[in-house]
Write a protein that binds this ligand. Structure first.
Ligand code: SAM
Length: 402
């Protein structure tokens, strides 16, 4: 996701937003009290992002697009979904079967991928969507209602990963960065775990405690895998859920590819000594900042993805890392230039055609340029039983950086 502009002053809350934030704050206070005065950061995220009816993803805020808090690639441009569909088509030609999209947001990618797969004559048997937020699922159903009946008939919403593994493609755009993560600080002794406590006035405050044995072991393992030691005071995050999540996804794929698209880095760059404050980012109405305690339930809170951790999980899941490259390289290898030309050519009328071409060119720039989404976003394919290399990784192979 990307904020539209770097603006530092956050806009004021509307009265209904202030009431909602107060209700979420109370839920966090209750959880802090139940847990003896301190909540680990990942548990805080479980409330402020996902608590039913309260969390950012589970309550009614707009979230995506110009009137929301951030723009994701499928929201930004239909070109993204068309290129992803081209990659899906190649896999489906080899495997047959289904597409399973995780965390489908507003449904924009589902609509784009299914429509393009229909044009390419490569429709999956089913297009499954697994979404943890009831509110977003309702929004996805509404958005997908615009599809022709023959495509709608292929859609199925799942409550959990399929009991029988599917062949085909599993897609996750900006889902891994939305998984709750832990924060830690290196000290000259054992690491500290970041969490949330209460001030004497009842305000949320950041508070650290000695890391428990599990987190301390995770941090020690992480530090041991780096060539440069992490100095005392170094603060970052890690996502313990990521590996079991990938392993579970691997168990759900009999043959085909799991495509993960997210902003992230290989471990050496992620945990570089110069990145001493981590990668946590909050998004509120297109303003990006790092105050995770602000407006609980009203802002998105994310961290970048450690793609080395994803690759390690793939080994555990007996998946192959079939490719790893920047979003720009992936989209170029999947024909974004010809998609752009075709979309521009199909624009109607001379006046509107020029405006449409300018709009499409601007969208392509945002998807591709290094200073926009082109480089910070990576695409990783985890594959099972695919003999042929994936087209999307023909232009760039960053696997050695993992
Ligand atoms: C940042 S949004 C991205 C939405 C959409 N993929 C897009 O690119 O516009 C994250 C999405 O992941 C969903 N999500 C979070 N954790 C999930 C999980 N464990 N399984 C499935 N979806 C999840 C959220 O509810 C939300 O729809």
């Amino acid at each position: 996701m990307t904020p539209d502009a770097a603006v530092t002053i956050l806009p004021p809350l509307q009265p209904d937003e202030a009431r909602h934030a107060a209700a979420v704050l109370q839920a966090v206070r209750d959880a802090i009290a139940t847990h003896g005065g301190w909540l680990p950061f990942d548990d805080y995220l479980r409330i402020v992002l996902y608590a039913p009816g309260l969390g950012y993803y589970s309550a009614g805020s707009i979230k995506f697009g110009r009137h929301g808090d951030f723009v994701t690639a499928p929201e930004l441009s239909g070109l993204f979904g068309r290129c992803v569909a081209r990659q899906c088509a190649r896999v489906l030609q080899l495997t047959g079967g289904d597409v399973l999209e995780l965390g489908a947001g507003s449904g924009a990618l589902a609509v784009g991928v299914l429509s393009t797969l229909a044009e390419l004559g490569a429709l999956p048997q089913h297009y499954y969507i697994l979404e943890v937020s009831a509110e977003l699922r309702a929004r996805q159903e509404q958005r997908c209602a615009s599809l022709p009946p023959a495509l709608r008939a292929r859609l199925r919403w799942l409550e959990a990963l399929p009991a029988t593994p599917i062949a085909g493609v599993i897609l996750a755009n900006e889902v891994a960065d939305a998984l709750p993560f832990k924060r830690f600080t290196i000290t000259s002794h054992a690491p500290l775990e970041g969490g949330v406590g209460l001030s004497p006035e009842g305000a949320l405050i950041e508070a650290e405690r000695p890391a428990d044995a599990l987190l301390a072991a995770e941090v020690a393992q992480l530090a041991a895998s780096l060539s440069t030691p992490l100095p005392p005071g170094y603060r970052s995050e890690l996502c313990p859920m990521l590996k079991p999540w990938i392993v579970a996804l691997g168990d759900s794929l009999s043959r085909g590819a799991l495509l993960l698209i997210d902003y992230g880095l290989g471990r050496r760059e992620y945990y570089h000594p110069q990145r001493g404050h981590g990668t946590l980012r909050c998004h509120f109405r297109h303003r990006a900042h790092d105050d995770a305690l602000l407006h609980p339930g009203l802002q998105d809170i994310t961290a970048w993805v450690d793609f080395t951790r994803v690759a390690e999980a793939a080994v555990e899941a007996q998946l192959e890392v079939g490719g790893y490259c920047t979003q720009a390289a992936f989209l170029l290898a999947n024909g974004i230039e010809s998609e752009l030309a075709a979309s521009a050519a199909s624009a109607a009328g001379p006046g509107s055609a020029a405006a449409e071409q300018a709009r499409l060119a601007s969208e392509a720039r945002q998807l591709l340029l290094p200073g926009e989404m082109g480089e910070s976003f990576k695409v990783m394919a985890l594959t099972r039983g695919l003999a042929a290399p994936l087209r999307g990784f023909e232009y760039q192979d960053l696997r050695r950086s993992l």
